[in-house]
Design a protein around this ligand. Structure first.
Ligand SMILES: [Zn+2]
Length: 56
């Protein structure tokens, strides 16, 4: 038996919590480029505001 102690080390310790990573923004439907609203279209998330597009 082994005891596992989960230790989470943030990559950017000095980064404010409010700032979301690009992946987190995309997950929330927020454009990582201009903070606009993303529209889910044919398997891709696109931003009509700045033209950003992300496909998984
Ligand atoms: Zn955008």
């Amino acid at each position: 038996m082994s005891e596992e102690i989960p230790i989470q080390v943030p990559e950017n310790i000095n980064a404010p919590v409010e700032i979301l990573s690009e992946a987190q923004k995309i997950k929330k439907g927020i454009c990582p480029s201009c903070d606009g609203s993303l529209v889910f279209q044919e398997g891709c998330k696109v931003c009509y505001s700045c033209g950003w597009g992300g496909c998984e």
